[in-house]
Design a protein around this ligand. Structure first.
Ligand code: PAF
Length: 277
């Protein structure tokens, strides 16, 4: 497993692989890897000849008051986990990503509007810009993203279509702890007491999904669900919404392509989750 620390080393490596006619798959991450990330390598295993995991905590997608400085950087543990999968051919862990004077970003609209953007207006500009740079720097033919960050996945698909990028995008299902909590690097911020409460979010999402399938009016169901979430000890709800999985437009009754999207605060931690309905 090669460890490539700048875009020049990365370019030299991918040029060799391309010359050999190999298909390059990438797993973009910010590190602090858990089984959710590792499952993304499984998805690529049969679809790519070479798999690169990228590790980069991207300052552009954090607001000044967010956790960029304390975001867990666990490189040695991450390398060991990736080595153990036996599936990762290279780790791309660039020390520098934005040169001095960097001034060009991608500004997604469409599916980027609403939900996350209402609460983190900087976020998708940062994500789209870094993902585009990573595609360029790694020579990716295919890339996989988790469905947990569902709106992010849709934004990336839209960017690929809109900018005619020749990268195939795969989606991978949300991986959960045994009690249902969606795996996330930020779960490590939860106190033991909060960790007990956290899985209630998924329980409420499952109940909500059943009720929507049952045909009750969606706005009534969502209001009841929000009351239950807050009564369970969560501190605030950014959104708890039912929408079309492709367009992300709100839906007021059950639809075949329905999706629940949630972003909820528990103490200082913001949990996000999704569930097909
Ligand atoms: O989902 C993430 O971990 C990040 O948003 C990504 C896609 C690696 C871009 O920094």
């Amino acid at each position: 497993m090669k460890i490539l620390r700048n875009k020049h080393e990365m370019a030299a490596q991918f040029a060799l692989w391309k010359k050999a006619g190999l298909r390059i798959g990438i797993v973009p991450t910010m590190g602090n890897l858990h089984n959710g990330h590792l499952s993304l390598l499984d998805v690529l295993d049969a679809r790519a000849d070479k798999i690169i995991t990228t590790i980069y905590v991207n300052p552009l997608q954090f607001a000044p008051d967010e956790d960029f400085n304390v975001y867990p950087r666990t490189h040695e543990e991450d390398f060991a986990k990736l080595r153990e999968t036996g599936k990762c051919d290279a780790i791309f862990i660039p020390e520098q990503m934005y040169e001095d004077g960097h001034a060009t970003t991608i500004q997604p609209a469409g599916v980027a509007l609403g939900y996350e953007t209402e609460f983190r207006p900087h976020f998708f500009e940062g994500v789209a810009t870094i993902v585009h740079k990573l595609f360029q720097q790694t020579g990716a033919d295919i890339a996989v993203f988790g469905e947990k960050d569902y709106q992010q996945l849709q934004v990336i698909k839209q960017m690929v279509t809109d900018l005619d990028l020749s990268v195939e995008i795969l989606a991978s299902p949300t991986i959960r702890e045994a009690d249902g909590l969606a795996m996330s690097s930020r779960n490590g911020y939860l106190t033991p007491a909060e960790r007990q409460i956290a899985p209630i979010l998924y329980q409420v999402m499952q109940e909500t999904a059943d009720q929507i399938r049952g045909g009750k009016p969606v706005d009534t169901i969502l209001s009841q669900a929000c009351r239950k979430i807050l009564a369970s000890g969560f501190s605030a709800i950014d959104y708890f919404s039912y929408c079309d999985a492709q367009t992300l437009a709100n839906a007021d009754s059950h639809i075949e392509t329905g999706m629940l999207l949630a972003a909820i605060h528990l103490g200082n931690v913001r949990l996000i989750d999704q569930l097909k309905v």
